[in-house]
Design a protein around this ligand. Structure first.
Ligand code: OAD
Length: 263
């Protein structure tokens, strides 16, 4: 594989499973306990922002209890040592790739440790709960809440005392910086450009159930890339892959990275 210079790696929830984060579609996965339509759409947020915040507050809190596993570490090593182009595109909203040290990384579905202010359109790091239902411990400086748009109820019920935007100071207008169903994933132009030039496309720990990510393998293949799937079981698009390796990511990914770096 020495001649392969350009690599695109797509990761999904399966790469973080052995760190202790639930996947979405497993029997005990997140979408078993929650309906997508209730927590992961813009409509759900308009209808019941408190429930949506609760869901992502729990995801954010869980991140401080987990650490990257051997698969994240191996990809970070590949990123550091690979002299050709390389792009890790993750569907995951956790931060385990960057905590392992990966640099050439895009979060196409957003990040749970970031907020997005619907008043000023800024995005920023966010720690702790975002839910406006929790009382803010400190008196808050800044503009008083002015009802505006579909999120009035949320902001007014916060009393202007929590869920404060660090950029414009508006209360109750910060949502998780997550790409919900029906919204456009981030960085699609960069991802498309990378796929066009990829010589190797690797999909790790994803069920292939959600587009556009599920279609990346076909784009890469069409452009002549070799394709490899690493997953616990065949994904929905497994037939599109030239090579398939099935087993836990913490074993399969380090093995593959070792092979690639020593070939
Ligand atoms: P899924 O839950 O759909 O799929 C996880 C995949 O990882 C499955 O195919 C598992 O077999 C596999 N897996 C589980 N444990 C593994 C392990 N230890 N090693 C290797 N593979 C393992 O999660 P995603 O494909 O990431 O989007 O889901 C894609 C998107 O659907 C998510 O980004 C999320 C979700 O709805 C949004 O919320 C917008």
């Amino acid at each position: 594989m020495r001649d392969i210079r350009n690599i695109v790696i797509l990761t999904g929830a399966g790469i973080s499973a052995e760190s202790g984060l639930q996947t979405f579609r497993a029997a005990d996965g997140l979408w078993e306990g929650h309906r997508v339509e209730d927590v992961a759409t813009p409509e759900a947020y308009e209808r019941n922002p408190a429930l949506v915040h609760q869901f992502y507050d729990a995801r954010r809190a869980r991140l401080s209890e987990v650490v990257p596993n051997a698969a994240h570490v191996a990809l970070a090593r590949l990123d550091a040592e690979w002299r050709g182009d390389l792009l890790i595109v993750t569907q995951n909203v956790d931060d385990l790739h960057e905590r392992a040290g990966a640099k050439r990384l895009l979060h196409m579905h957003g990040e749970v440790r970031k907020g997005w202010c619907l008043a000023c359109d800024e995005r920023f790091p966010w720690e702790g709960p975002m839910s406006p239902n929790r009382a803010h411990p400190e008196p808050v400086e800044g503009p008083s809440p002015r009802p505006q748009g579909p999120f009035d109820t949320l902001r007014v019920s916060s009393g202007g005392r929590s869920n404060l935007c660090p950029s414009c100071g508006t209360a109750g207008m910060v949502r998780p910086d997550i790409v919900w169903f029906g919204e456009m994933p981030y960085d699609m132009e960069r991802i498309d450009a990378a796929l066009m030039n990829a010589r190797l496309f690797v999909s790790i720990g994803t069920s292939g159930a959600v587009y556009p990510a599920a279609g990346f393998v076909q784009t890469a293949r069409y452009r002549g890339a070799e394709t490899l799937e690493i997953n616990l079981e065949p994904s929905q698009g497994s037939l599109y892959f030239d090579e398939r390796r099935y087993g836990p990511a913490s074993v399969e990914v380090p093995n593959w990275v070792d092979e690639l770096l020593t070939s």
